[in-house]
Design a protein around this ligand. Structure first.
Ligand SMILES: O=P(O)(O)O[C@H]1O[C@H](CO)[C@@H](O)[C@H]1O
Ligand SMILES: [Mn+2]
Ligand SMILES: [Mn+2]
Length: 382
């Protein structure tokens, strides 16, 4: 029997209960719990895999349910996408990220000068922490007038550059971000993100051609382990960006709806020994950061309705894991991620509650399932 693994990250679908939430200012945050409360959304297929039980466990309540489910706790000191994904892939982040101050004029003068040089402009717009959709509404018209890039940060370790695909140029934006990224990685800034948008003043829209230039993981991850053992690694969504393409053989991108088709295609054609690693980002980018519980609930329902199609395409020897990288409670103050535990829902390997596990145990378990050698602090729960 040839074994395959499918690791699916629902970006930001946290379940509360992180023991260190208070130190992030996130005590009480609970993405799925608060969405259920606010909207009454029913997630029967996810619950059949153990989501509701994992939610209880995350908050220290007793829970019993069939299936192979647990709640995972993060140890990396960031509540961001790279930290979450790398740790799920077996490698916690050993360093402190560099964050920009949450004030107007957040970027140091040398960095502003470097961006101006690389962009070939006399100035930049933004230079403050912001929500990405709000800042293109506020600065988009001036951006078109001046040609200056819109540069902003958030409470994550990130520099984001928004520019109009036609007025500024998509390739020009991507080149700017690619050239800037090494300087920022050297400062332990996790990512430079290109945020292309289109439209006119009053009607600007971001496009799916976003591109993340992430610092490389601190050590070989699950993706490298699988590749080193001769297995193929398929990335669905922004996984390739998050891992700086380390240990990745194939990338398929698109909207979440398109990614679902890519994932289904990999269920159909992925060879034995392979890992397919998927990230569905719209939970986070379209609903969590936008503090839209109704939209978030609809997207959860969309994934819940898609699950039978995915589970029905599994073969003997397949392991499929549904998990998340951090929280982004749309009912919580602010517009940023929230420190939370995440669900670990395993399909294909029968029943057996996992209880509390570490993020890194997910990577170790996928490696164990595929029979590849791993490394790091993770312990297989299989
Ligand atoms: O508001 P937008 O641009 O969506 O930014 C969000 O997306 C970034 C990367 O996930 C985060 O740092 C967060 O601030
Ligand atoms: Mn994320
Ligand atoms: Mn985010």
């Amino acid at each position: 029997m040839s074994r395959r693994a499918f690791l699916i990250v629902l970006d930001s679908v946290g379940i509360g209960g992180a023991p260190d939430a208070a130190s992030f200012g996130d005590e009480g945050a609970d993405t799925v719990g608060h969405i259920r409360k606010a909207t009454g959304v029913r997630l029967s297929n996810l619950d059949a895999l153990g989501l509701a039980a994992a939610q209880k466990l995350a908050k220290g309540e007793a829970a019993e349910a069939p299936g192979m489910w647990g709640a995972a706790t993060e140890v990396s000191r960031g509540k961001d996408t790279p930290s979450g994904h790398w740790e799920l892939a077996g490698v916690p982040v050993p360093w402190d990220w560099h964050y920009f101050p949450q004030v107007e004029g957040c970027f140091p003068a040398e960095l502003v000068a470097r961006i101006r040089d690389l962009a070939g402009t006399d100035g930049i717009l933004g230079n403050r922490p912001a929500s990405g959709t709000a800042i293109i509404d506020a600065e988009g018209a001036r951006h078109i007038e001046t040609g200056w890039p819109i540069v902003y940060t958030s409470t994550d370790s990130v520099v984001q550059i928004a520019a109009h695909e036609d007025a500024f140029g998509l390739d020009r934006l991507l080149t700017l971000c690619a050239r800037l990224a090494p300087d920022l990685h050297a400062m332990k800034v996790g990512r430079v993100i290109a945020r292309p948008f289109v439209g006119q003043p009053g009607d600007f829209r971001r496009t799916p051609r976003r591109r993340d230039y992430a610092i490389a993981p601190p050590a070989p991850t699950l993706c490298d382990w699988v590749q080193a053992a001769g297995g193929r690694v398929n990335a669905v969504g922004k996984i390739g960006d998050i891992f700086s393409m380390r240990g990745i053989d194939r990338v398929d991108k698109g909207t979440d709806a398109e990614l679902l088709d890519h994932l289904a295609a990999r269920l159909d054609d992925a060879p034995g020994g392979s890992l397919t690693f998927a990230n569905f980002v719209e939970f986070d980018s379209e609903y969590g950061h936008r503090r839209d519980p109704q939209g978030y609930a609809r997207h959860l329902q969309w994934f819940d309705a898609a699950l039978p199609r995915l589970l029905g395409a599994m073969r003997d020897g397949d392991m499929l894991v549904v998990t998340a990288d951090h929280g982004n409670d749309p009912t919580f103050r602010g517009t940023d991620h929230t420190r939370e535990r995440v669900p670990v829902l395993v399909a294909g390997l029968g029943d057996g509650a996992l209880g509390h596990v570490a993020f890194a145990d997910v990577g170790a378990s996928v490696a164990a399932h595929l029979g590849v050698a791993g490394d790091g602090p993770g312990r297989s729960f299989l």
